[in-house]
Design a protein around this ligand. Structure first.
Ligand SMILES: *Cc1c(COP(=O)(O)O)cnc(C)c1O
Length: 360
């Protein structure tokens, strides 16, 4: 059976190497006579998997000892609540940059827990761009500034992160973590649901600066306090062991590709294939994102009539392309080209777009 041309937005394509590795070890993991799923999370065999995932992530992102790397559950969506629960104190205000639906949802949860303020918004512009953010618009006593580094639904991405801030910077990186080299030191908390660029759904990675941990109130429920995970190496309760194992395989694969510099280069090539076709098409394809805010992970576009968009999606589906429908809230088309989507699959899609344009 051949593998699908998978452009799903999340859960999304995984590296074939990681899947085959998991398959080969499924019944007998490293001589244990059982699968990773059947190991005790207190065993030394599982401990090795768990710690390897952490150290691979530390090494790929050059994460210093000033940060904790945590594995949680509940998806990025639970982080929308946990971030303000742990970091937003009475009398403080948390600032949110509104660049798409996920940032709106993050803000909505924070509003339930404390004082918030939207600092920039491209909503009036249908979230086509990432507006410039003036760091002096955030008061020094703010709880934090929250951004969404890649807007999965609208297809926009921050290319320069806010600098010169006097307050902690928190980022939802669910759909672009590990797509390029990152200076973690610019951030105080990074979170990401795994199912786009890191592995299967069910694991959420949190990278948090240690000095922020002191902010969490002791009154918080145990499982909603970052300190519980930091103190127990994310093993206070049963972690999603199989997901963390697959995460470790995906991280090994990223390393085999040459790390984040090499990954960024391939991602640039993949994105250029699709954006070049959009730009050359003279309005046949209309990119949703403004050029300087384009995402290398989610390429969003429409055709010049609903009829044409529909016909494109139908024919693409017949040709074997999966997941090209835009998010149900915005329609149109979206090609999600995360790290694990092979270059040759994107070449095939670019060719399909060219052929469709000539024949339509
Ligand atoms: C997918 C996504 C989410 C939601 O993730 P869940 O793990 O389903 O909660 C949040 N933020 C961004 C940027 C996403 O792409």
């Amino acid at each position: 059976m051949s593998r699908a041309l998978n452009f799903n937005a999340g859960p999304a394509a995984l590296p074939e190497w990681a899947l085959k590795e998991a398959q080969s070890e499924l019944l007998n993991f490293r001589g244990t006579g059982m699968s990773v799923m059947e190991l005790s999370h207190r065993s030394k065999d599982y401990d090795a998997v768990h710690n390897e995932a952490i150290s691979l992530l530390r090494s790929l992102l050059s994460i210093s000892d000033d940060y904790e790397v945590l594995f949680l559950q509940g998806g990025a969506s639970l982080q929308f609540s946990m971030v303000p629960m742990n970091l937003l104190k009475d009398g403080q205000t948390a600032y949110y940059a509104l660049t798409g639906s996920w940032s709106e949802k993050a803000l909505k949860e924070a509003q339930k827990l404390g004082k918030t303020e939207a600092v920039i918004s491209s909503k009036e512009n249908q979230y086509k761009n990432i507006p410039a953010l003036d760091p002096s618009s955030i008061p020094n006593d703010a709880a934090y500034l929250h951004i969404t580094s890649n807007n999965t639904i609208y297809g926009t991405q921050w290319h320069d992160f806010p600098s010169g801030l006097q307050v902690p910077l928190v980022a939802d990186m669910s759909s672009d973590i590990l797509c390029r080299p990152l200076n973690v030191e610019q951030f105080d908390l990074i979170y990401a649901g795994a199912q786009k660029n890191l592995g299967p759904s069910g694991v959420t990675v949190v990278i948090i600066k240690k000095d922020l941990l002191a902010r969490s109130s002791h009154e918080l429920p145990t499982m909603l306090n970052y300190n519980t995970y930091a103190k127990n190496n994310s093993l206070y309760n049963t972690p999603p062991t199989f997901g963390i194992y697959l995460l470790s395989l995906v991280l090994k694969w990223v390393e085999q590709q040459g790390g984040l510099t090499a990954i960024e280069k391939i991602n640039g090539q993949k994105a250029a294939l699709l954006y070049d076709e959009i730009d050359q098409s003279e309005g046949f394809y209309n990119g949703h994102a403004e050029q300087d805010s384009r995402s290398t992970m989610n390429v969003t576009f429409t055709l010049n009539s609903d009829e044409a968009t529909k016909s494109f999606l139908t024919q693409a589906k017949e040709a074997g392309f999966v997941g090209l429908n835009g998010h149900r809230s915005v329609g149109g088309c979206r090609a999600s080209i995360y790290n694990a989507v092979p270059l040759e699959n994107v070449e095939k899609l670019a060719q399909f777009m060219k052929d469709f344009r000539k024949n339509y």
